[in-house]
Write a protein that binds this ligand. Structure first.
Ligand code: NAD
Length: 506
């Protein structure tokens, strides 16, 4: 097996709120990577042979494990990711419980073989089967280590794949806890394995040739993975970054828009792929929106350690992300634009909620993913300008439209180049497990969640068999004049545009 040689360093997990080390984890060696792939391959046929109802019931057992250990999960997410306990409970626990329940219920229906009526070759029966890929490699980011890992892991397992899970190097402890819950629920050790390491371990796992890759992470790494997967012809789902826009129309309920846009731009300290980073607001309501957002920023948001009950959102999880946010803000400030920063910010790796008013299009804060609690707001003169500006970005993950007119909202939604759109809400409705999740353009391709997310973990196989035997195969040798005459007649009758054409053929 062609495994890339990787060093064997140690990952030091650190609490971002206090900068204190939590634990040390060794990275996987090349031999361990190779052994994991072998084990996953060997275990897969027996796992796939279990009835789907049995695999679905195991998802219910994972759900129960997560429910019973929810406080441990919250505590670990607070400790390792620096999130507030409220947000850990809301996104990591609640949404993951919902997704497990959804896949448990829907997988047996969505993945069951489906008979189709074929209008030619009527003597045969046609069945569509959804079969597992084999070994699925799930590579996850650090920003929601539970909620972003559970959907592809659960979908892959219930579909009959074995899974190798490569968590982020910034989420080893949370991922170890999630992995323990999965095993304690009864998923066999070789059916679900966790392999720790930096990016080189992720790359080595891909070199070991899994049958499917589900990657959630940055556009930069996504491009590399797509290239390697393309060379090896491994199917891949890419959930990449975003630069999501909110379009605020002149008929929006401004008070509600101000509160909810502020929330969707700063939840989890803005470290959400779908957080609002750009706002295009119609000029007539812009001042009102900005004033209210400023007001709510100070009224509602307190940053600090996630252990404090007063904390709204917590620390920036990684030092490099903290630097990216500061760089983008420095550039915006140097350009002379107006910047409003929230007042209640803790000392350390924390970031104030920040509004950047009318920045130039060229600034990084308008073009590149910030992944921090920074919302750039531009005034626009028309609906068409808002749409054009929202679409004028490399990314296309989600967008929201704020209007009192549903028809208007739906009309705008059609024109936005993104994977999901919500009207008068951002982030909230995209957490629904029934709705497929994924982006377009530099935000990636493929879908997780929803029926589509389940189907991505399968290979569609067409199977056909005889309903009743024919004495001969009309398509096969020998090519006789009788068969040719039959073919001509068949084409005339079936495709002749007029009755004349159809009859002429007789
Ligand atoms: P990242 O791309 O740096 O890392 C993601 C994972 O890939 C990690 O586990 C990392 O170790 C691994 N990795 C790094 N290099 C690799 C390589 N060459 N081969 C294989 N694996 C490799 O991303 P991150 O900083 O952990 O996460 C933040 C990014 O994720 C942001 O851009 C964010 O928008 C994006 N994200 C997207 C979604 C979505 O659903 N679209 C959700 C959450 C986060």
């Amino acid at each position: 097996m062609d495994v890339v040689r990787v060093p064997n360093p140690i990952i030091i997990s650190t609490n971002p709120a206090t900068q204190t080390p939590i634990a040390e984890v060794p990275c996987a060696t090349p031999d361990q990577i190779e052994a994991a792939m072998q084990k996953a391959r060997t275990a897969q046929p027996a796992w796939a042979a279990r009835p789907i109802e049995e695999r679905a019931n195991l998802l219910r057992d994972i759900q129960h494990q997560l429910y019973h250990h929810r406080q441990e999960v919250v505590d670990m997410v607070v400790k390792e990711q620096g999130k507030s306990a409220h947000e850990a409970l809301l996104v990591e626990v609640l949404t993951s419980l919902e997704i497990l329940g959804y896949f448990r219920k829907t997988a047996p229906k969505v993945l069951k073989p489906r008979r189709v009526f074929a209008h030619v070759l009527l003597h045969r029966r046609h069945v569509i089967q959804h079969e597992p890929h084999g070994v699925v490699l799930v590579i996850s980011p650090w920003n929601f280590p539970v909620y972003l890992s559970i959907p592809p892991i659960a979908a892959a397992l219930v579909a009959g794949n074995t899974v190798i899970f490569k968590p982020s190097e910034y989420a080893t402890q949370t991922s170890a806890l999630v992995s323990k819950l999965i095993h304690d629920a009864g998923i066999p050790a070789d059916v679900f394995q966790t392999i720790n390491g930096y990016g080189d371990v992720g790359a080595a796992l891909i070199e070991a040739h899994p049958d499917k890759i589900c990657f959630t992470g940055s556009e930069r790494v996504g491009r590399k993975i797509a290239t390697t997967a393309g060379e090896k012809l491994i199917p891949v789902t890419l959930e990449l970054g975003g630069k999501d826009a909110a379009l605020v129309m002149d008929d929006a309920q401004i008070d509600r828009a101000a509160r909810d846009i502020l929330w969707a731009g700063t939840v989890s300290a803005g470290q959400a792929c779908a957080s609002i980073e750009r706002v295009y607001v119609m000029r007539s309501v812009a001042d009102q929106l900005i004033d209210k957002m400023q007001h709510y920023m100070d009224a509602f948001i307190r940053t600090g350690p996630g252990t404090l009950s007063t904390t709204t959102y917590g620390a920036i999880t990684t030092p490099f992300q903290f630097k990216i946010i500061q760089d983008q803000l420095d550039e915006a400030k140097q350009s002379g634009v107006q910047v409003f920063e929230g007042k209640h910010v803790a000392e350390g790796q924390f970031c104030a909620p920040t509004l950047v008013i009318d920045p130039a299009d060229e600034l990084k804060v308008m073009r590149e993913e910030t992944f921090g609690p920074v919302i750039a707001i531009q005034r626009v003169d028309s609906e068409a300008e808002a749409i054009a500006r929202a679409n004028n970005n490399a990314y296309g993950l989600t967008a929201s439209i704020w209007t009192s007119n549903r028809e208007r909202g739906l009309r705008i939604a059609k024109q936005l180049h993104v994977g999901s759109v919500s009207i008068n809400d951002h982030i909230m409705s995209s957490q629904t497990p029934e709705m497929p999740w994924g982006g377009v353009k530099a935000s990636g391709y493929g879908r997780t969640r929803g029926h589509e997310g389940l189907l991505e973990m399968t290979v569609t196989k067409s199977v056909s068999y005889e309903r009743f035997p024919l004495p001969f195969n009309p398509l096969s040798y020998p090519y006789t004049s009788f068969k040719r005459a039959f073919l001509r007649r068949f084409i005339n009758i079936r495709f002749g545009p007029s009755w004349r054409d159809k009859i002429k053929g007789q």
